[in-house]
Design a protein around this ligand. Sequence first.
Ligand code: ATP
Length: 257
Amino acid sequence: MTVASVASPPPLGLTLTARHVTYDGITLFRDLTLDLPAGHWTCLLGISGVGKSSLLRLLADLAPAGSDYHVQTSDNRPLTDRVAYMAQQDLLLPWLSVLDNITLGARLRRQPADTARAASLLEQVGLADFRHRRPDQLSGGQRQRAALARTLMEDRPVVLMDEPFSALDPVTRLQMQDLAATLLDRRTVLLVTHDPLEALRLGEQVLVLTGPPASLTSHPLPADWPAPRAVDDPRLTNQQGALLARLVHQRPAGAVS
Ligand SMILES: Nc1ncnc2c1ncn2[C@@H]1O[C@H](COP(=O)(O)OP(=O)(O)OP(=O)(O)O)[C@@H](O)[C@H]1O
């Protein structure tokens, strides 16, 4: 079964300027700029606690109180209602079935849910037989795939995903990466991941967040290397080593987490 085709929204570029963002008086971002090219995937890596999720949450308008930041869109229109957000926690509602969870957005907007599309997505994430189960009757990886289906169901021009494949076994992980790459082709995607291989398979722009103070650097990719990249492409191994070395060098001395 394939997902019923829907007209793609025009690609939307974003520039986030985090002028001053603090947690409990500690500055996380000051004058940090993140550019997300229209219709491309950006993958963001960095050591634990450096601020990746916080940066992504600024784009989802979930910033801590008192934050000073601005999101500029390439069409100068507000970002409101044009973003799908998949958090690190699956945020499935425990009293709803998987099917009702993934059609939740339409229900909240009081629109008819596209159940054919929902059924197709559930099949593609391998949950067709689990559609009537509640989240507490699923494994961690199944829950994460349900959350992925809910994100894909939203069909937005901008998609923010925070470690969306982290609970999956390696084979399912590759399959879900390919599915997301296909369904989110020409969408503006920000993917937070701890996995250099994942970033290098999917990213058209690969960024490393370091700090404090927080700063972003781009990891250069070979020219003419379209994503998603084959997992047995030998360039992936070379690039993975280089990117991992870069992350190791940026870990503060003595840090263990
Ligand atoms: N709600 C909060 N209240 C206070 N501090 C917070 C809050 N959320 C995050 N922080 C702090 O902000 C910093 C960045 O956290 P964030 O979750 O963005 O990091 P991360 O790079 O995504 O980490 P990880 O890779 O472990 O998910 C951390 O020091 C964290 O303790």
